[in-house]
Design a protein around this ligand. Structure first.
Ligand code: ZN
Length: 338
Protein backbone atom coordinates (compact mmCIF):
# COMPACT_ATOMS: atom_id res chain seq x y z
CA UNK A 1 0.00 0.00 0.00
CA UNK A 2 1.31 3.45 -0.89
CA UNK A 3 2.10 5.55 2.15
CA UNK A 4 0.37 8.92 2.37
CA UNK A 5 2.83 11.73 1.60
CA UNK A 6 2.38 13.39 4.97
CA UNK A 7 1.96 11.90 8.39
CA UNK A 8 1.50 13.64 11.70
CA UNK A 9 4.69 13.74 13.70
CA UNK A 10 5.42 10.18 14.75
CA UNK A 11 8.93 10.29 16.16
CA UNK A 12 9.22 10.45 19.94
CA UNK A 13 10.15 13.98 20.95
CA UNK A 14 11.71 14.34 24.38
CA UNK A 15 11.27 17.70 26.13
CA UNK A 16 12.50 20.43 23.77
CA UNK A 17 14.16 23.54 25.21
CA UNK A 18 15.85 26.39 23.33
CA UNK A 19 19.66 26.64 23.24
CA UNK A 20 21.28 29.21 25.57
CA UNK A 21 22.01 31.58 22.66
CA UNK A 22 18.30 31.59 21.74
CA UNK A 23 17.19 32.74 25.16
CA UNK A 24 16.36 36.39 24.44
CA UNK A 25 14.43 35.49 21.28
CA UNK A 26 12.63 32.81 23.24
CA UNK A 27 11.64 35.13 26.07
CA UNK A 28 10.17 37.77 23.81
CA UNK A 29 8.26 35.10 21.87
CA UNK A 30 6.94 33.65 25.13
CA UNK A 31 5.78 37.08 26.32
CA UNK A 32 3.76 37.39 23.12
CA UNK A 33 2.41 33.87 23.68
CA UNK A 34 1.28 34.73 27.21
CA UNK A 35 -0.29 37.94 25.90
CA UNK A 36 -2.02 35.91 23.15
CA UNK A 37 -0.42 38.02 20.44
CA UNK A 38 1.41 35.32 18.48
CA UNK A 39 1.97 35.56 14.75
CA UNK A 40 0.46 32.55 12.99
CA UNK A 41 3.30 32.08 10.54
CA UNK A 42 6.97 32.55 11.34
CA UNK A 43 9.95 32.07 9.08
CA UNK A 44 13.17 31.35 10.97
CA UNK A 45 16.26 31.81 8.84
CA UNK A 46 19.96 31.52 9.59
CA UNK A 47 23.05 29.42 8.90
CA UNK A 48 23.04 25.62 9.14
CA UNK A 49 24.18 24.28 12.49
CA UNK A 50 22.92 27.01 14.82
CA UNK A 51 19.76 25.33 16.08
CA UNK A 52 16.82 26.64 14.04
CA UNK A 53 15.11 23.25 14.25
CA UNK A 54 15.50 23.08 18.02
CA UNK A 55 13.97 26.54 18.40
CA UNK A 56 10.99 25.51 16.26
CA UNK A 57 10.50 22.24 18.16
CA UNK A 58 10.72 24.10 21.48
CA UNK A 59 8.02 26.51 20.32
CA UNK A 60 5.86 23.55 19.27
CA UNK A 61 6.46 21.83 22.60
CA UNK A 62 5.62 25.04 24.50
CA UNK A 63 2.32 25.46 22.63
CA UNK A 64 1.28 21.81 22.95
CA UNK A 65 2.19 21.70 26.66
CA UNK A 66 -0.92 22.05 28.81
CA UNK A 67 0.80 24.03 31.57
CA UNK A 68 0.12 27.46 30.13
CA UNK A 69 2.08 29.60 32.55
CA UNK A 70 5.69 28.43 32.59
CA UNK A 71 8.36 29.99 30.40
CA UNK A 72 9.29 26.47 29.20
CA UNK A 73 7.20 23.37 28.49
CA UNK A 74 6.72 21.29 31.65
CA UNK A 75 7.71 17.83 30.40
CA UNK A 76 5.07 16.18 32.62
CA UNK A 77 1.59 17.03 31.31
CA UNK A 78 -0.42 14.92 28.87
CA UNK A 79 0.63 17.12 25.93
CA UNK A 80 4.33 16.75 26.75
CA UNK A 81 3.92 13.01 27.31
CA UNK A 82 2.14 12.51 24.00
CA UNK A 83 5.02 14.32 22.29
CA UNK A 84 7.58 12.24 24.17
CA UNK A 85 5.93 9.01 23.08
CA UNK A 86 5.57 10.19 19.48
CA UNK A 87 1.79 10.06 19.56
CA UNK A 88 0.76 13.74 19.59
CA UNK A 89 -1.44 14.30 16.56
CA UNK A 90 -1.33 18.11 16.49
CA UNK A 91 2.31 18.48 15.47
CA UNK A 92 3.03 18.17 11.77
CA UNK A 93 6.49 18.09 10.22
CA UNK A 94 6.84 18.58 6.53
CA UNK A 95 10.19 17.65 4.98
CA UNK A 96 11.27 16.37 1.58
CA UNK A 97 10.39 12.72 1.15
CA UNK A 98 13.35 10.33 1.39
CA UNK A 99 15.52 10.50 -1.75
CA UNK A 100 13.80 13.69 -2.90
CA UNK A 101 14.97 17.27 -2.58
CA UNK A 102 11.47 18.67 -2.82
CA UNK A 103 8.41 19.09 -0.68
CA UNK A 104 5.59 18.32 -3.05
CA UNK A 105 2.26 20.00 -3.58
CA UNK A 106 0.27 16.95 -2.42
CA UNK A 107 2.00 17.00 0.93
CA UNK A 108 1.27 20.72 1.36
CA UNK A 109 -2.39 20.21 0.42
CA UNK A 110 -2.66 17.43 2.96
CA UNK A 111 -1.10 19.66 5.60
CA UNK A 112 -3.46 22.53 4.77
CA UNK A 113 -6.41 20.16 5.05
CA UNK A 114 -5.22 18.90 8.43
CA UNK A 115 -4.62 22.42 9.75
CA UNK A 116 -8.16 23.45 8.76
CA UNK A 117 -9.59 20.89 11.24
CA UNK A 118 -9.67 21.53 14.98
CA UNK A 119 -6.76 20.17 16.97
CA UNK A 120 -7.21 16.60 18.18
CA UNK A 121 -6.30 17.63 21.71
CA UNK A 122 -8.53 20.70 21.45
CA UNK A 123 -5.65 23.19 21.55
CA UNK A 124 -2.87 24.40 19.27
CA UNK A 125 -1.80 22.82 16.00
CA UNK A 126 1.78 23.36 14.94
CA UNK A 127 3.37 22.67 11.56
CA UNK A 128 7.11 22.84 10.92
CA UNK A 129 8.19 23.02 7.28
CA UNK A 130 11.87 22.47 6.63
CA UNK A 131 13.69 23.46 4.61
CA UNK A 132 11.13 25.95 3.34
CA UNK A 133 13.04 26.37 0.07
CA UNK A 134 12.34 22.70 -0.71
CA UNK A 135 8.77 23.66 -1.62
CA UNK A 136 8.44 24.05 -5.37
CA UNK A 137 6.26 26.84 -6.76
CA UNK A 138 3.11 24.71 -6.81
CA UNK A 139 3.71 23.59 -3.23
CA UNK A 140 4.38 27.16 -2.11
CA UNK A 141 1.20 28.37 -3.82
CA UNK A 142 -0.80 25.65 -2.11
CA UNK A 143 0.38 26.99 1.25
CA UNK A 144 -0.55 30.64 0.66
CA UNK A 145 -4.19 30.45 1.72
CA UNK A 146 -3.32 28.62 4.95
CA UNK A 147 -0.64 31.21 5.70
CA UNK A 148 -3.13 34.00 5.15
CA UNK A 149 -6.13 32.67 7.00
CA UNK A 150 -5.02 29.96 9.39
CA UNK A 151 -7.61 28.36 11.60
CA UNK A 152 -7.54 29.89 15.15
CA UNK A 153 -4.83 28.28 17.26
CA UNK A 154 -2.41 27.40 14.47
CA UNK A 155 1.29 28.10 14.19
CA UNK A 156 3.20 27.42 10.98
CA UNK A 157 6.99 27.61 11.28
CA UNK A 158 9.15 27.64 8.18
CA UNK A 159 12.89 27.00 8.52
CA UNK A 160 15.42 28.07 5.96
CA UNK A 161 19.16 28.53 5.56
CA UNK A 162 18.50 30.15 2.17
CA UNK A 163 15.47 32.40 2.67
CA UNK A 164 16.02 34.17 -0.65
CA UNK A 165 15.23 30.83 -2.34
CA UNK A 166 11.76 30.80 -0.77
CA UNK A 167 9.09 32.41 -2.98
CA UNK A 168 8.45 36.03 -2.00
CA UNK A 169 4.71 35.32 -1.78
CA UNK A 170 5.43 32.92 1.09
CA UNK A 171 8.02 35.12 2.79
CA UNK A 172 5.76 38.17 2.78
CA UNK A 173 3.07 36.26 4.67
CA UNK A 174 5.38 35.24 7.53
CA UNK A 175 6.86 37.07 10.45
CA UNK A 176 10.60 36.93 9.77
CA UNK A 177 13.15 35.94 12.36
CA UNK A 178 16.78 36.05 11.33
CA UNK A 179 18.94 34.00 13.69
CA UNK A 180 22.49 35.39 13.92
CA UNK A 181 25.52 33.20 14.56
CA UNK A 182 25.68 32.57 18.31
CA UNK A 183 28.18 34.66 20.23
CA UNK A 184 31.34 32.74 20.99
CA UNK A 185 30.85 33.55 24.68
CA UNK A 186 27.57 31.60 24.56
CA UNK A 187 28.45 28.86 22.09
CA UNK A 188 31.78 27.79 23.59
CA UNK A 189 30.60 27.08 27.17
CA UNK A 190 27.68 25.10 25.75
CA UNK A 191 29.96 23.06 23.51
CA UNK A 192 32.39 22.43 26.36
CA UNK A 193 29.53 21.22 28.55
CA UNK A 194 28.07 18.79 26.02
CA UNK A 195 31.15 17.66 24.09
CA UNK A 196 33.54 16.75 26.89
CA UNK A 197 36.53 17.32 24.63
CA UNK A 198 39.74 19.29 25.00
CA UNK A 199 39.41 20.58 21.45
CA UNK A 200 36.18 22.56 21.70
CA UNK A 201 37.73 25.91 20.78
CA UNK A 202 39.36 24.44 17.69
CA UNK A 203 36.20 22.62 16.75
CA UNK A 204 34.12 25.75 17.03
CA UNK A 205 36.67 27.57 14.87
CA UNK A 206 36.65 24.83 12.26
CA UNK A 207 32.85 25.05 12.15
CA UNK A 208 33.05 28.84 11.63
CA UNK A 209 31.27 29.47 14.93
CA UNK A 210 28.35 27.10 14.35
CA UNK A 211 28.03 25.06 17.54
CA UNK A 212 25.97 22.13 16.25
CA UNK A 213 28.36 21.54 13.36
CA UNK A 214 31.23 21.69 15.85
CA UNK A 215 29.48 19.10 18.00
CA UNK A 216 29.04 16.84 14.99
CA UNK A 217 32.73 16.93 14.20
CA UNK A 218 33.61 16.08 17.81
CA UNK A 219 31.46 13.00 17.61
CA UNK A 220 32.78 11.90 14.25
CA UNK A 221 36.48 12.55 14.87
CA UNK A 222 36.27 14.85 11.88
CA UNK A 223 38.63 17.49 13.23
CA UNK A 224 41.56 15.07 13.41
CA UNK A 225 40.87 13.93 9.85
CA UNK A 226 40.70 17.54 8.61
CA UNK A 227 43.97 18.36 10.29
CA UNK A 228 45.59 15.32 8.77
CA UNK A 229 44.44 16.45 5.33
CA UNK A 230 45.88 19.88 5.99
CA UNK A 231 49.26 18.42 6.96
CA UNK A 232 49.28 16.20 3.90
CA UNK A 233 48.58 19.19 1.66
CA UNK A 234 51.51 21.01 3.24
CA UNK A 235 53.67 17.96 2.54
CA UNK A 236 52.60 18.06 -1.10
CA UNK A 237 53.57 21.74 -1.24
CA UNK A 238 56.93 20.91 0.35
CA UNK A 239 57.27 18.06 -2.17
CA UNK A 240 57.74 15.48 0.56
CA UNK A 241 54.52 13.69 -0.45
CA UNK A 242 53.57 12.83 -3.99
CA UNK A 243 50.21 14.28 -5.08
CA UNK A 244 49.42 11.02 -6.87
CA UNK A 245 50.01 9.00 -3.73
CA UNK A 246 47.83 11.37 -1.69
CA UNK A 247 45.13 11.19 -4.39
CA UNK A 248 45.06 7.43 -4.02
CA UNK A 249 44.73 7.70 -0.22
CA UNK A 250 42.03 10.35 -0.40
CA UNK A 251 40.03 8.41 -2.97
CA UNK A 252 39.46 5.82 -0.25
CA UNK A 253 38.13 8.34 2.28
CA UNK A 254 35.06 9.23 0.25
CA UNK A 255 33.36 12.53 -0.34
CA UNK A 256 33.89 14.38 2.99
CA UNK A 257 37.58 15.06 2.26
CA UNK A 258 36.56 16.83 -0.93
CA UNK A 259 34.25 19.12 1.07
CA UNK A 260 37.05 19.85 3.57
CA UNK A 261 39.41 20.65 0.73
CA UNK A 262 36.88 23.10 -0.69
CA UNK A 263 36.35 24.69 2.73
CA UNK A 264 40.11 25.04 3.17
CA UNK A 265 40.38 26.76 -0.21
CA UNK A 266 37.59 29.14 0.78
CA UNK A 267 39.39 29.97 4.02
CA UNK A 268 42.61 30.55 2.11
CA UNK A 269 40.77 32.84 -0.29
CA UNK A 270 39.41 34.87 2.60
CA UNK A 271 42.76 35.09 4.35
CA UNK A 272 44.60 35.95 1.12
CA UNK A 273 42.21 38.78 0.40
CA UNK A 274 43.01 40.21 3.86
CA UNK A 275 46.78 40.29 3.17
CA UNK A 276 48.17 43.85 2.93
CA UNK A 277 49.55 43.21 -0.55
CA UNK A 278 47.11 41.07 -2.50
CA UNK A 279 48.79 38.86 -5.06
CA UNK A 280 46.41 38.72 -7.99
CA UNK A 281 47.89 35.55 -9.53
CA UNK A 282 47.59 33.66 -6.25
CA UNK A 283 43.99 34.76 -5.82
CA UNK A 284 43.10 33.75 -9.38
CA UNK A 285 44.78 30.36 -8.98
CA UNK A 286 42.93 29.78 -5.71
CA UNK A 287 39.60 30.77 -7.25
CA UNK A 288 40.20 28.42 -10.17
CA UNK A 289 41.06 25.54 -7.85
CA UNK A 290 38.04 26.24 -5.65
CA UNK A 291 35.82 26.19 -8.77
CA UNK A 292 37.34 22.91 -9.97
CA UNK A 293 36.63 21.41 -6.56
CA UNK A 294 33.01 22.57 -6.69
CA UNK A 295 32.78 21.03 -10.14
CA UNK A 296 34.31 17.77 -8.89
CA UNK A 297 31.66 17.65 -6.15
CA UNK A 298 28.86 18.17 -8.64
CA UNK A 299 30.27 15.41 -10.87
CA UNK A 300 30.18 13.12 -7.87
CA UNK A 301 26.52 14.00 -7.39
CA UNK A 302 25.70 13.72 -11.08
CA UNK A 303 25.33 9.96 -10.92
CA UNK A 304 28.00 9.48 -13.63
CA UNK A 305 30.15 7.67 -11.10
CA UNK A 306 33.45 9.44 -11.88
CA UNK A 307 36.71 8.10 -10.45
CA UNK A 308 37.38 9.90 -7.19
CA UNK A 309 41.07 9.13 -7.58
CA UNK A 310 41.40 10.92 -10.93
CA UNK A 311 39.39 13.88 -9.59
CA UNK A 312 41.84 14.14 -6.70
CA UNK A 313 44.86 13.74 -8.99
CA UNK A 314 43.76 16.73 -11.08
CA UNK A 315 43.03 18.85 -8.01
CA UNK A 316 46.25 17.99 -6.20
CA UNK A 317 48.41 18.67 -9.25
CA UNK A 318 46.82 22.14 -9.38
CA UNK A 319 47.43 22.49 -5.65
CA UNK A 320 51.10 21.68 -6.20
CA UNK A 321 51.32 24.43 -8.83
CA UNK A 322 49.91 27.13 -6.48
CA UNK A 323 52.32 29.95 -5.60
CA UNK A 324 53.59 29.75 -1.99
CA UNK A 325 50.78 30.80 0.35
CA UNK A 326 50.86 32.90 3.49
CA UNK A 327 48.53 31.33 5.95
CA UNK A 328 48.15 31.09 9.68
CA UNK A 329 46.57 28.34 11.76
CA UNK A 330 44.67 25.71 9.78
CA UNK A 331 40.90 26.11 9.82
CA UNK A 332 41.22 29.29 11.85
CA UNK A 333 38.16 31.05 13.16
CA UNK A 334 36.31 32.92 10.46
CA UNK A 335 33.80 35.58 11.44
CA UNK A 336 30.73 35.27 9.28
CA UNK A 337 28.57 38.25 8.52
CA UNK A 338 25.72 38.53 10.97
ZN1 ZN B 1 3.70 20.04 29.54
Amino acid sequence: MKKPPLLPMAEPLPLQLPYPWQESQWQSWDQRRQAQRLAHAVMISGAEGIGKQRLALSMANRLLCLDLHGLYPCGRCKGCQLLASGSHRDLYRLQPEPKSRFIKVDAVRELSGALAQSGQQGGWKVAIIEPAEAMNIAAANALLKTLEEPDGQTLIILLSARPSAVPATVRSRCQKWVMPLPRRSEALPWLQAVANSAECEQQLDAAAGRPLLALQSVSSGELAARQQLHQQLQQVTAQTLSPLRLAEQLSRSGEPALHWFKQLLEQLLRSQSLQPAIDRDTLLALFALRDSTTEALSWLHSGNNPSLQSLWETLLLSWLRLPPLQYSAPFSHVEESR
